[in-house]
Write a protein that binds this ligand. Structure first.
Ligand code: RIB
Ligand code: CA
Length: 309
C-alpha cells in the first residue's frame, strides 16, 4: 500500500533529483509537487518541476505554484549554483502545472487523504501558509521530512548561506519558526548529514550512474557534473534526495529529538537553535545526526536506475 505524498520544492538541481527519487519509488503515491520560490523564482521552480516529471513520464502528477517570496523580506535566489534556468541549463519544460495555489493544495490534499506525508526541499513558506489556511493540518500529516537547517550535531552541521544558517531556513526564517513550533511530526535532514562527504557523489560515480542510460540517470549525471564544475566542490551534494530517502529508508539515519527555534534577527538570522537543556520541556523535532552515506548513495543510484531493491 503506497503512502500519499506531497513534495514541496524550489527546483533547483538537487530538488530535481528529489523529484526523480520520489517519482521512481513505488512506496510513495506522489499526489502533487508544489513549487516555492527559493533557488530560483517560483515560476522557474514550477516549470523545472513539471519538466522533470515530464522527462520521467509522470505527467499524471500535478504541479502547483506557490509563494513568490518569503513571508518577510526579499527573495534571495541562487542561480550561481543551479544555473540561470535553475536546472543546469537543461531548459526542461512540460508536465502539468495547474492553477490552484500550492498552500491550498497542500491543505486540501492533507484533508482528502486523511494522512499525508509531506516532504519539503526548499524554504518552508508554502507549508507555513498551509498551516495558517488549515489550523488542523497537523492532524492530517503523518510525517514531515524536511531538507533544511544546520544543527551543529555533527562535524558538518554548520551553515552554507551564512556561517551558521542553512539556505532553506535562511531564505524564510519566519516560515521555519512557524513549522518548528507547529507540533508537526517533523524529521529534519540538515547539513549535519547532507554535507557528510560519504554521502556525496564523486564525478566518477555520477558518470557511472549516467552510463546506466535511463532518463533519471542521465539527469543525475548532468546536474552533478554541472554543479561540480560550476561550484568547484569535488562532490555533488545530494541534499534534497536525502530528505526523500529519509522517508523511504529511515534506518539509514540516526536521529536526536530536540526543540528547535530559529534566529530571526542580526547576523545569526536563519540559524537553527537547538535546545539541549534537559529541563526545558518543549515539543521536539527529530534531527538527523548521522547517515550511512555509502548505503544512501547505493539506494539513490539503484532507485534512479530502476534496479529496485
Ligand atoms: O542548503 C541546501 C538546500 O538549499 C537545498 O534544498 C538546495 O536545493 C537549496 O534549496
Ligand atoms: Ca531545494
Amino acid at each position: 500500500m503506497s503512502r500519499p505524498v506531497v513534495l514541496d520544492v524550489d527546483t533547483g538541481i538537487d530538488d530535481a533529483l528529489a523529484i526523480a527519487l520520489a517519482a521512481l519509488s513505488p512506496e510513495l503515491r506522489l499526489e502533487a509537487v508544489t513549487a516555492v520560490a527559493g533557488n530560483v523564482d517560483v515560476e522557474k521552480a514550477a516549470r523545472n518541476s513539471g519538466g522533470v516529471l515530464h522527462l520521467l513520464g509522470r505527467d499524471d502528477v500535478p504541479v502547483y505554484v506557490g509563494a513568490r517570496k518569503p513571508l518577510v523580506g526579499k527573495l534571495k535566489t541562487a542561480e550561481w549554483v543551479h544555473g540561470e534556468d535553475g536546472i543546469a541549463g537543461l531548459g526542461l519544460s512540460g508536465g502539468r502545472v495547474v492553477g490552484e495555489a500550492a498552500a491550498n493544495a497542500i491543505a486540501r490534499i492533507a484533508r482528502e487523504t486523511g494522512g499525508v506525508t509531506l516532504i519539503t526541499t526548499g524554504p518552508l513558506t508554502n507549508l507555513a501558509l498551509a498551516l495558517s489556511l488549515e489550523p488542523e493540518l497537523v492532524d492530517y500529516v503523518e510525517a514531515h521530512y524536511m531538507m533544511g537547517g544546520a544543527y551543529g550535531l555533527s562535524p558538518y552541521g554548520f551553515g552554507n548561506a551564512t556561517a551558521t544558517a542553512e539556505f532553506n531556513v535562511w531564505q524564510d526564517p519566519e516560515a521555519a519558526e512557524i513549522v518548528f513550533s507547529s507540533g508537526l511530526n517533523t524529521y529534519a535532514i540538515g547539513l549535519d548529514v547532507t554535507m557528510d562527504p560519504a554521502a556525496g557523489l564523486t564525478l566518477e560515480e555520477a558518470e557511472a550512474l549516467g552510463e546506466a542510460g535511463c532518463p533519471a540517470c542521465r539527469l543525475a549525471s548532468h546536474v552533478s557534473r554541472f554543479y561540480i564544475e560550476r561550484v568547484g566542490d569535488p562532490l555533488m551534494r545530494l541534499h534534497d534526495p536525502m530528505a526523500v530517502a529519509a522517508a523511504l529508508r529511515s534506518e539509514l539515519f540516526t536521529f536526536e529529538e530536540h526543540p528547535v527555534e530559529v534566529a530571526l534577527c542580526g547576523k545569526a538570522r536563519g540559524t537553527t537553535l537547538v535546545e539541549r537543556r534537559p529541563w526545558v520541556k518543549k515539543p521536539g523535532v527529530k534531527i538527523a545526526v548521522s547517515v550511512k552515506g555509502g548505503e544512501f548513495k547505493a539506494f539513490f543510484s539503484s532507485r534512479l536506475a530502476g534496479r529496485g531493491d
